[in-house]
Structure formats: C-alpha cells, structure tokens
Design a protein around this ligand. Structure first.
Ligand SMILES: Cc1cc2nc3c(=O)[nH]c(=O)nc-3n(C[C@H](O)[C@H](O)[C@H](O)COP(=O)(O)O)c2cc1C
Length: 193
C-alpha cells in the first residue's frame, strides 16, 4: 500500500461459544493477513442478551452497542460458525438478529469459512446465506471456503499449527482482502484520489 492509505479492518466473527472451538481457532489463525489488512476478533458473542425488539432502541445494551460499532466500522466481516441441529447456533443467530436494526451489514462485504468435516454443516452455509441476504450484506463468494479443521488440530493456545490448514485459511483471507482492496475507493468515499 502506498503512503497515506490505511489498512482495511476486517472483523472476525465466530459462531461458537465453546472453549477450544475449531471455528474460533480458524479465525485466530487467519488473524494476520500479511500486513494488507488489520483484523479484530469479536469476543462478545456470549455477552449478547436474547434479542428483543423492545430493547432495540437507545440506549442499547452495551454489548449490542459494541457489536454494532465493530461491525459498522469494519471494511468487511469474516464469519466462521458451526452447525447446530441443522441450522446456525442459536447464540450466533441471536447476534445476527441484533444486526437487523441499525443496518450495519447493509452493503458490507462478508465471507465465511466452514470448518466442519466433509459433507457436514451444509445447512449452516445455507442458513447464513439466507440471513445475510435479509441483512443486505454483499457475500464475497470467491472468499468463502470449506477448510476441514479437526478438533485435534487446535493447540492449547487456541491456534492451528498445521501448515497446510493455515495455508488454506490464509488463502481465503487473501481472496477476501483482494476483494475489499478492489472496492476500497467505494468503501472510503472520503479518501483523496
Ligand atoms: C447441540 C449440537 C448440535 C450439533 N448439530 C450439528 C449438526 O446439525 N450438523 C453438524 O455437522 N454438526 C453438528 N454438531 C457438531 C458441531 O458442529 C461440532 O461439534 C463443531 O466442532 C462445533 O464447532 P466448534 O468446534 O467451533 O465449537 C452439533 C453439536 C452440538 C453441540
């Protein structure tokens, strides 16, 4: 990037609340996209209250305010969620329900990585596509990937060490950053030409 340009900030959002989560580990392991973007892991999934339209007004619950602020200011959002009972986990759907108000994902580039085993969790992808469609997000298909992450690939530090897996995850992030960089003028209308 040339002088004066800022790195796009990508928010990483896991759909799992589990310690040792393969989904969270995948996101932690793509957290350094080679100096072309900065990343931030959203850590407040379990802190969000159950969505209630009556509470979707100022002052918002602090955890919801933080979510909307981080999503709204990100240049893109990368999701990684397990499938529970043939759909998205309730806690993750709850997060997405809170994003309907405020419109923070409208027109926002988003992608997802699915880390489930072969042939599994297709319904999670489909559910996420439907919900993101309602939210008006721009799904970057070229950056969406299936990268199987077995539980024993996650180290005690919550990171994936396997180089082949890390390379596949990094490739997804590279495709996502490429897309965001190609539209950066549109994403940052205040930037000088
Ligand atoms: C309540 C529950 C329901 C699940 N339902 C499904 C399912 O429908 N399809 C699937 O592929 N895996 C299912 N799984 C397996 C999880 O997706 C798997 O444990 C995954 O590793 C969880 O992601 P994590 O490691 O990030 O926590 C389910 C697990 C739990 C706890």
């Amino acid at each position: 990037m040339s002088a004066g340009e800022t790195h796009p900030r990508i928010l990483l959002v896991t759909g799992s609340t589990r310690g040792g989560s393969t989904n969270t580990a995948a996101l932690r392991s793509v957290a350094d996209p080679g100096g072309r973007a900065v990343t931030e892991l959203f850590e407040g999934l379990a802190d969000l209250p159950a969505f209630n339209p009556d509470d979707d007004r100022d002052p918002l619950p602090a955890s919801v305010e933080a979510l909307r602020c981080q999503m709204g200011s990100a240049a893109g959002v990368l999701f990684c969620s397990p499938e529970y009972a043939g759909a998205l986990p309730g806690s993750f759907k709850n997060l997405l329900d809170w994003m309907v108000g405020g419109g923070g994902l409208y027109g926002k580039p988003v992608a997802w990585i699915n880390v489930a085993g072969p042939g599994r969790a297709a319904a999670a992808d489909q559910s996420l596509a439907v919900v993101l469609g309602y939210l008006g997000a721009e799904v970057v298909e070229a950056a969406c990937r299936h990268v199987v992450v077995p539980r024993d690939a996650v180290g005690a530090d919550g990171l994936i060490r396997d180089e082949a897996l890390r390379a596949d995850l990094a490739e997804a992030m590279r495709a996502f950053v490429d897309h965001i960089a190609s539209g950066s003028d549109a994403l940052d209308p205040g930037r000088s030409p």
